[in-house]
Design a protein around this ligand. Sequence first.
Ligand SMILES: [Zn+2]
Ligand SMILES: [Zn+2]
Length: 230
Amino acid sequence: MPLNRLTENVYELRPQRLGACRVYVVIDGGRWLLIDAGNHRRTPAQVAALRRELGLGPPEVLLITHWHPDHLGGSADLRRAWGVPVALHAADHDCAAGRVRPSLSSIGWAEHHFADNHPRYFEPDLAPADGDEFRVGSLSVRAVHSPGHSPGHTAYYLAERGVLFIGDALGGKGGTILGDPRLFSSAPAASLASLKRLSGLDFAWLAAGHQLHHSPELPALLRRWTARWR
Ligand SMILES: [Zn+2]
Ligand SMILES: [Zn+2]
């Protein structure tokens, strides 16, 4: 099966192409959703294989943490193939639709040009606001607006399983959990405020866009670390 299991109901699609983000899957009672879309050449084929093997219908929704092409990559194709609605915070819609192009110095530009992440621009279907809930079977995934890395950056929180899908709100060099927020953000002060807020949640899994960590100590670690930055 093209899935790695994190914990009950929560999986990751097998590793993506170099430079594409991790794609997470929440499944309950035959219903499922995806968090981020990975590479447009890879994810739609993986989703098709998964549907065949598990006998699943299309995902309920595709929750995108932010517009950067390594996360948005497969969205347009999944949407076209199966009508999967794509949810992205309204502040990132202009970039997703190609109405605004990233500046040459921005993080978004860097992720655009790294590896093979060129997106197909499209208009997202849903604009989740902070606190919005997405049901999947008996579970509920909550949107937590966490601007900084991009204006619309949104983490998704599955409280019932202690999993925080944190996107690129957190980025350390070389696979470390914690890096200087100024290196991975277009708005460092906003990033730091977002991380402080996220560190108040209770989670044991930090399912990030490019990393995966498991420890009950993670919220405390994040709180100690954010306290060091002014
Ligand atoms: Zn990003
Ligand atoms: Zn990324």
